[in-house]
Design a protein around this ligand. Structure first.
Ligand code: AQP
Length: 355
């Protein structure tokens, strides 16, 4: 039986400095996936502009995110690294998906509610239809796997809903044109054009929380720089942020159960575990009974040792912006070859004359 070509797609928005959450929840895991799948890693600049970005800052952030990918160990020759706006097929497919996605589905998206805040009328239309663009990013390459942090789970489900509705609505045409791949949807064997993409949400750091508030995720757009560790932070900044991280007055427990109801302690233990490549249990077995005044310096040393080589390589890449641009241009050309074929076939399936 034919199957969809296995392919990984993922991206980060250039909406500010990359932080530890983006690194542990996404980029570091991509590096590991490179040996198992052909991968496409995108700097999703069209997503970033769903909220206003200063144009020069956007250019800088786009190069910074690309530099972080390369510094973390993404191989841009063996795989594809590019910025989204260089491949117009993303926006084109997003429009087609805007006509597939239902308003009711978009209305359920919690990220829109969080980001739009109380004044929804003032949010951009782009922010509202962001999940359709994300579905287009993934499905332009008919990607089968998407490694993301926990916060993107709902958007991945929507991507699957869009793929399923498209496959269902155009089933006859997909079969007639011989463009389908046999797949199981529910109980049925059908010919699908788009795969039902699997999210890969795994590891100890799928949701790294703010250092100032353990109930909020670490985020680029948090106004407090003390809430996150940026990949561009130097050793002093990393140590200071960990020293100032919010904690409670108790020491560390020896068992996981002792972290219940202590989000800040839980977060710091999770970060330590992820950086050390150990389980939370193992970290508590070592530090259980000790105070944060002892744990925080150990965490700071570990964070500095893990992140310094990445930030040093990032700085080297950033010293050569033309080199980064060349990587992005080359990646976009190769990405476009794949996406253009998907778009041509999608249009043919939908009855949009385009040859
Ligand atoms: N705190 C986090 N913990 C684990 N993973 C995270 N990711 C983001 N924050 C965390 C993962 O990083 C990837 C890229 O995210 P994004 O830049 O596309 O958007 P985001 O999820 O909205 O990230 P931010 O930092 O919160 O950006 P802003 O503040 O601009 O909205 C995704 O795989 C995400 O899951």
């Amino acid at each position: 039986m034919a199957d969809f070509t296995q392919r990984v797609f993922s991206g980060v928005q250039p909406s500010g400095n990359l932080h530890l959450g983006n690194y542990l929840g996404a980029v570091r895991r991509w590096v590991a996936l490179q040996d198992s799948y052909p991968c496409i890693f995108c700097v999703v600049d069209l997503h970033a502009i769903t909220v206003y970005q200063d144009p020069s800052a956007l250019e800088t952030a786009t190069r910074e995110v690309a530099a972080a990918y390369l510094a973390a160990g993404i191989d841009a020759k063996a795989h594809i690294v590019f910025n989204q706006s260089r491949v117009p097929e993303h926006a084109e497919l997003a429009w087609l998906f805007n006509c597939v996605v239902r308003l009711g589905w978009l209305n359920r998206m919690t990220q829109f509610k969080d980001k739009a805040g109380k004044d929804r009328e003032a949010a951009s239309a782009g922010l509202y239809v962001y999940p359709a663009l994300m579905a287009a990013d993934i499905l332009a390459y008919r990607a089968t796997h998407v490694p993301v942090g926990e916060d993107q789970k709902q958007h991945l489900e929507l991507t699957r809903d869009i793929a399923a509705k498209f496959n269902h609505d155009y089933a006859a045409r997909i079969a007639e044109r011989g463009l389908g791949v046999p797949m199981t949807m529910g109980e049925q064997e059908v010919q699908g054009f788009f795969p039902l993409t699997e999210p890969l949400i795994e590891g100890p750091a799928t949701r790294v929380m703010s250092l100032r508030d353990g109930t909020k995720k670490m985020s680029k757009s948090d106004p407090s720089d003390l809430s996150r560790i940026n990949l561009t932070d130097d050793e002093d900044q990393i140590s200071k942020k960990i020293r100032k991280a919010k904690t409670d007055p108790d020491g560390l427990p020896s068992e996981l159960a002792g972290l219940a109801g202590r989000p800040e302690a839980d977060n710091l233990v999770g970060i330590y575990a992820a950086l050390a490549g150990r389980s939370r249990e193992a970290v508590l077995a070592e530090f259980g009974g000790r105070q944060f005044s002892e744990f925080k310096p150990a965490l700071a040393d570990l964070a500095v040792a893990s992140l310094s080589p990445v930030s040093a390589r990032m700085r080297e890449h950033l010293a050569d912006p033309a080199g980064i641009d060349a990587v992005l241009r080359d990646g976009a050309e190769r990405a476009r070859a794949i996406a253009a074929e998907t778009i041509a076939q999608t249009k043919a399936i939908m009855g949009l004359l385009n040859d």
